[in-house]
Design a protein around this ligand. Structure first.
Ligand code: GAP
Length: 447
């Protein structure tokens, strides 16, 4: 059953244009995926929901978009060229945790008992060369996490925005890791996107903000419709923590293949700012004008993968109704799929459907409605197949409203509006459509 859901999500993703394997016509390229026409809308909606929450829903958080390429000195200071990311390690084939050889007893995973890979020299960072000649001096790395761009710009941001502690910096961007074993569809890939927020506070306040952000982040998923029973928090014990973390929790989601991390909340202490001060020679301490004191702020980080969360939103909203929800076609005995995505995540908000496609007046009317609405909502026009089949196609991709233009529409200047979740239909005047849709969105679906 569990693997069944996994297969269904992968199949739906390809069939309906959410996610494709990278370079598929060449047999694929490990650890990379492409987001199709619906996937890109869903992804943008997830990023928008996160960005709006962080920069507008919260107090005192500003944005940044730093370069993927940075001087390799950054990765010395961050520990990525040394700790964990560049050691001789073994990896558990089941849970993918990596361990130093001296941590291993009985040749099995200390965490889950799984089989281990042979020891190998790992560096998870992707190397590249700056300039056309592949010489040593020009070696650089694609960032394995987005947050370092925030730390190295700490002073620029404080000065340009005249920020006072506590404050946060949010960033969304690509990250790359040479994962040894990319797997589980878009769960573990070599190229992915992160949404990270770094919260700078006085060291004494860091534990309080850790709790605050833990709660806020869980609420974000719940507000976007993720079921409570599919989320849990794991306190990461000291020996498993990332090299920078004083405290770390994983927010885990119950994926079709089991509970796995979707987001981390980390108390990074002053690890990053003090190391970047040391390696760059720039004093990155914050000057507290009120108390006339200088100190390294502590950082609470929230770090979520866009791709992983997209997988979770798809899996969580997927619903099958045996025997059919719609009674409009003979085939209603079939199992019907529904993607009950939150209104702000649904890739298509409105589908406009002429009842039949061989009546030019009807088609013209439907196309006029489509043209008017598409500047307000992401819309799709669909005239192929029976009306019942078209409803089901739209339900399967999570479209919130289907508007059907029929013969009465020509006389009465109205049409039928059908809601995805209730399948309730009512007639609405075409001139009132935008207002009606806005109103239903406000009332029927959670904010
Ligand atoms: N700056 C801290 C940091 O990067 P992390 O736990 O290594 O922490 C944070 O990564 C999040 O990034 C993860 O919870 C996950 O959602 C996402 N992520 C990390 N590696 C990934 C991969 N190989 N594929 C997809 N997402 C990944």
């Amino acid at each position: 059953m569990v693997n069944d859901l996994f297969q269904k999500i992968v199949s739906l993703s390809k069939r309906r244009g959410f996610v494709f394997q990278s370079s598929e016509i060449y047999g694929g390229f490990g650890g990379a995926y492409d987001f199709g026409p619906l996937g890109v809308e869903l992804k943008r909606n997830i990023k928008k929901a996160w960005w709006e929450e962080m920069t507008r829903g919260q107090e005192n958080i500003v944005g940044l978009d730093a370069a993927i390429l940075m001087t390799p000195k950054v990765w010395q200071a961050s520990g990525h060229l040394t700790a964990g990311f560049a050691d001789e390690l073994v990896e558990c084939k089941s849970c993918h945790k990596r361990f130093r050889i001296e941590e291993i007893k009985e040749n099995k995973c200390p965490q889950c008992g799984g089989k281990l890979t042979k020891p190998r020299k790992f560096n998870l960072m992707m190397k590249t060369f700056i300039g056309p000649v592949e010489e040593k001096a020009a070696k650089a790395y694609l960032r394995p996490e987005t947050c370092q761009g925030i730390y190295v710009n700490f002073e620029n941001i404080v000065n340009s925005m005249r920020l006072k502690i506590p404050f946060g910096v949010a960033q969304i961007g690509k990250a790359f890791r040479n994962e040894i074993n990319p797997k589980d569809f878009i769960y573990r890939t070599r190229e992915f996107e992160q949404m990270e927020m770094q919260w700078f506070s006085q060291p004494k306040d860091a534990p309080k903000y850790f709790e605050y952000w833990k709660k806020e982040r869980i609420n974000w998923y719940l507000n976007l419709g993720i079921k409570k029973e599919n989320l849990r928090v794991r306190e990461v014990p000291a020996k498993e923590r990332s090299h920078y973390a004083k405290r770390q929790i994983d927010i885990e989601y119950k994926f079709p293949f089991g509970w796995q991390e979707i987001e981390g909340v980390h108390n990074r202490g002053d690890f990053d700012l003090s190391n970047h001060s040391k390696y760059s020679g720039k004093d990155l301490q914050y000057f507290d004008e009120e108390n006339k004191k200088k100190y390294f702020p502590y950082i609470i980080e929230t770090s979520i993968g866009v791709d992983r969360s997209l997988f979770a939103f798809l899996a969580d909203s997927y619903l099958e109704v045996k025997g059919g929800r719609t009674k409009t076609t003979k085939s209603s005995k079939e199992t019907e799929a529904l993607l009950k995505l939150h209104k702000s995540l649904a890739p298509i908000k409105v589908a406009v459907l002429p009842l039949v496609k061989n009546k030019p007046k009807l088609v013209k009317k439907a196309k006029d409605v489509y043209k008017t609405l598409k500047s307000h909502f992401v819309c799709q026009y669909d005239e192929v197949g029976s009306i019942g089949r078209r409803y089901r196609r739209q339900d399967e991709i999570g479209t919130l409203f289907c508007l059907t233009v029929d013969f009465d529409s020509l006389k009465q200047k109205d049409l039928t509006i059908r809601e995805r979740d209730t399948m309730k239909q009512k007639r609405v005047k075409i001139k009132d459509l935008k207002e009606t849709i806005d109103k239903i969105l406000r009332i029927r679906y959670k904010a």
